[in-house]
Ligand binder design. Structure first.
Ligand code: 2RA
Length: 342
């Protein structure tokens, strides 16, 4: 069976990855509609050898559409319910509906059972959350988790094409001893911007209560929802680093029971979508340059934390644009097709 598919945000970093993935994975589409803001409408994009013209997204763009992949952004809030009215299933990468009790928040390898509760919209979790829960799930299922302390090292791709270009421009400017321009990070919407080249910015999205950022609270709240366990203590520090595509995370766990590093490695290696890269003697561990462009989440530096009872450390790396966003959403759609949920 083939489906009429729409991609909203087709010209952005995540939207372009959607297109790459439906080609690579032979996604079963009949009609394909590429939708974007008025600014990007009119662009021509080739998909599987056929040329498509990007159309301005409007509510009636979703007439006849069965699967709508939303790359993210505020436009989701208004257009997702409109697309559902036309009978489409919307898989939304924006944060608009993630904490809505009627909207499943899904990583297919972690909580696929949540998908069938959907009422038209399924939310794709935040990239840093997806990458973390892929590593937490096999451990959680074995010995439950009391507390998570995570520090992230997030690629500029998370802030979109403009941030990717800005990193390049700034590195060139520094090398050529020209003035460095900062216009995008930490967030284009803020009125102060900082250089990311050769720097780290401990600020992603906006500040909220308790001087945490929204990005940090997403990791807390979304993980609770996906694992369906609000009792897990979670503390996050999210940092932007001068890396192009893959997010890295240093994760410290206090488990509810004993789990040695070899036992943890075995659980992780068996988990679909996770690859263990952990051999210090051979200098084998995940790195963003190695993880970029891949589908899996990579885990290494697995070691006991003797400073607490049942303590465990690990280092987790995943491609923010693929598993962190576009791939996870496409896998949700594929799962629904295979389970006859669409
Ligand atoms: C970021 N997680 O990295 C956010 C959105 N992708 O900027």
């Amino acid at each position: 069976k083939k489906y009429n598919v729409a991609i909203l945000g087709a010209t952005g970093a995540v939207g372009r990855e959607f297109i790459k993935l439906i080609e690579e994975r032979n996604f079963p589409y009949n009609e394909l509609k590429l939708l974007a803001s008025e600014r990007s409408a009119g662009k021509e994009i080739e998909v599987a050898g056929k040329k498509y013209t990007v159309e301005e997204a409007r509510p009636d763009s979703f007439k006849e559409i069965q699967i709508a992949l939303f790359a993210g952004g505020s436009i989701s809030k208004t257009l997702a319910p409109e697309a559902v009215k036309f009978g489409a299933v919307v898989i939304d990468n924006s944060s608009a509906f993630r904490m809505d009790p009627e909207v499943p928040l899904v990583v297919p390898e972690v909580n696929p059972e949540a998908i069938k509760q959907h009422r038209g919209i399924i939310a794709n979790p935040n990239c840093s959350t997806i990458i973390m829960v892929m590593a937490l799930k096999p451990i959680y299922d074995s010995v439950k988790i009391k507390r998570v302390v995570v520090s992230t090292y997030q690629a500029v791709s998370g802030a979109g094409k403009e941030a990717i270009d800005e990193l390049t421009d700034q590195v060139e400017a520094v090398m050529e001893e020209r003035p460095v321009k900062a216009r995008v990070l930490p967030s284009a919407s803020l009125d102060k911007h900082y250089q990311i080249a050769f720097n780290l910015i401990p600020h992603i999205d906006i500040f909220v209560d308790g001087d945490y950022t929204k990005e940090e609270m997403k990791m807390v709240n979304e993980t609770h929802k996906i694992l369906n366990d609000p009792s897990i203590g979670i503390s996050a520090t999210t940092v932007r680093v001068p890396v192009y595509r893959a997010h890295s995370e240093s994760i410290n766990l206090e488990l509810d029971g004993p789990l040695s590093p070899p036992e943890a490695k075995e659980l992780l290696a068996k988990f679909p979508g996770v690859i263990v890269q952990d051999n210090p003697a051979e200098m084998i561990y995940p790195m963003p340059l190695l993880a970029s462009g891949h589908d899996e989440v990579f885990v290494g530096r697995i070691r006991e934390d003797k400073s607490v009872k049942h303590g465990l450390n690990m280092w987790v790396v995943g491609d923010q644009i693929r598993k962190g966003a576009a791939l996870n959403a496409v896998q949700i759609a594929e799962y629904m097709i295979h389970q006859n949920l669409i």
